[in-house]
Design a protein around this ligand. Structure first.
Ligand SMILES: [Zn+2]
Length: 76
């Protein structure tokens, strides 16, 4: 998936409120094909349990959480 398309998809997930923070640095993301868990490690790296992330090491779910965290940082 091109990066721009991934960002578009991430933006859609955020606008539709499909990214929900959980405890322990985890986020519940309701994707088009299933619900996934994005985990933020103590070092700040993100991982997702969707098939796309397993093969490509990036996905729109991780991108959505990254954007969400940037928005929160900006407000704080
Ligand atoms: Zn994912």
């Amino acid at each position: 998936m091109p990066l721009s398309k991934m960002v578009d998809k991430a933006d859609k997930l955020l606008r539709q409120k499909r990214v929900m923070p959980l405890d322990g640095g985890r986020y519940n993301v309701i994707g088009d094909h299933g619900t996934y868990i994005v985990q933020v490690s103590p070092t700040g790296s993100l991982s997702c349990n969707c098939p796309g992330f397993q093969s490509k090491r990036r996905c729109s779910h991780v991108a959505a959480v990254l954007i969400l965290r940037e928005i929160k940082k900006g407000k704080g």
